[in-house]
Design a protein around this ligand. Structure first.
Ligand code: BGC
Length: 258
């Protein structure tokens, strides 16, 4: 049990990578705050699985694009579990359009959750740890970024801008928060089979072309990401901060946009 006696918030954990992380964390002994925006059923299922395995969880609805919701999420977690040790900023979205057709609404939607949401949620988490500082508490932040914090992804300009921003935010906070015992790292998944890319998964031509670019020859599964999230949230990663870890089957070094 690598996360025993820890409490973790996993944003966007009603489905996909977030849900796999929530379940895996519970298996490692953590109390888990499951957050969803529009999928209460997925959140309920995740909680049932956690409880069936003897774990403890709490569901909180919050739209990470709204500061008031973020404050509500952190406050609910503290009220229920007394404290929070780990924050996984997983919630994210993407929209597809050529650059010249991206609407202001879509740009705001993507940036508000993927970048401003991570900024503000981390800020609230850090403020919580600071208040409790005399107990010598350490904190771990894990951001679910993307290979597109580094690689261009035509027709996803707002998404790439958000993930590129997340890369720098992590580096900056590693420096700014290090002396407080707070570690922050990014996980950069490649093509993982989750609802975020359901369009791609249902397009055999595009999927085939993408698979040809993945040296390990398959899409990732959410469980391929969750083990690394455990490591980065555990004491084993006490000397790791400001880094990005790729979980992409080798895609980054073999990527050509079609
Ligand atoms: C995106 C997916 C995409 C993958 C690989 C992810 O960040 O969410 O839509 O398939 O990167 O390009």
């Amino acid at each position: 049990m690598r996360l025993k006696n820890k409490t973790a918030i996993v944003t966007g954990s009603s489905q996909g990578i977030g849900r796999a992380i929530a379940l895996r964390f519970a298996g490692e002994g953590a109390n888990v705050v499951i957050n969803y925006n529009r999928n209460p059923q997925g959140a309920e299922e995740a909680l049932r699985e956690i409880e069936a395995a003897g774990g403890s969880g709490l569901i909180v609805q919050a739209d990470l694009g709204k500061l008031a919701d973020i404050k509500k999420l952190i406050a609910a977690a503290i009220e229920h579990f007394g404290r929070v040790d780990i924050l996984v900023n997983n919630a994210g979205l993407e929209t597809h359009a050529p650059f010249w057709e991206v609407s202001e609404e879509d740009y705001d939607k993507v940036l508000n959750v993927n970048l401003k949401g991570v900024f503000s949620t981390t800020q609230e988490f850090v403020r919580h740890l600071m208040l409790d500082n005399n107990h010598g508490r350490k904190g771990k932040v894990v951001n679910i970024s993307s290979v597109h914090e580094e690689l261009p992804f035509p027709n996803f300009s707002a998404y790439c801008a958000s993930k590129g921003g997340l890369k720098m935010l992590t580096r900056n906070l590693a420096v700014e928060l290090g002396s407080m015992g707070i570690n922050i790292n990014n996980i950069a998944p490649g093509a993982v089979e989750t609802p975020i890319n359901s369009k791609l998964l249902n397009d055999p031509m595009k999927l085939g072309a993408l698979l040809n670019q993945i040296p390990l020859g398959r899409l990732g599964q959410p469980a391929d990401v969750s083990g690394l999230a455990v490591f980065l949230s555990s004491d084993d990663a006490d000397y790791v901060t400001g880094a990005t870890y790729y979980v992409d089957g080798g895609l980054t070094w073999n990527y050509q946009e079609q």
